[in-house]
Unconditional design. Structure first.
Length: 115
């Protein structure tokens, strides 16, 4: 089973920036669908920024222009650069990888944006 480990969350003031990282346990992380989801307190988990199986990126409307997803296939890692953070970005952020061989999630990392 593919293991995913996120890092980079924390507390930041509104307008600040954070960069999240997600590293997969094998080269399988570099194929298929991979991306970032988030779950605000008391709300459902939704997609934020993802790579589809062709490598194209997709962003939620609420983060487009502020967040950038990128990847380093040598390190089996994807990143989420988050700029101009808002209090409504506060959530647990999860990394997800999906392929025919499995659907795997990381443990999540907390991002808190203070006003």
């Amino acid at each position: 089973q593919l293991q995913l480990v996120e890092s980079g969350g924390g507390l930041v003031q509104a307008g600040g920036s954070l960069r999240l990282s997600c590293t997969g346990s094998s080269i399988k992380f570099n194929i298929g669908f991979v991306g970032w989801y988030r779950q605000p307190p008391g709300k459902q988990r939704d997609g934020v920024a993802t790579f589809d199986s062709n490598g194209s990126t997709n962003y939620a409307d609420s983060v487009r222009g502020r967040f950038t997803v990128s990847r380093d296939n040598v390190k089996n890692t994807i990143y989420l650069q988050m700029n101009s953070l808002k209090p409504e970005d506060t959530a647990v952020y999860y990394c997800r990888h999906f392929h025919s061989f499995g659907d795997n999630w990381g443990q999540g990392t907390q991002v808190t944006v203070s006003s």
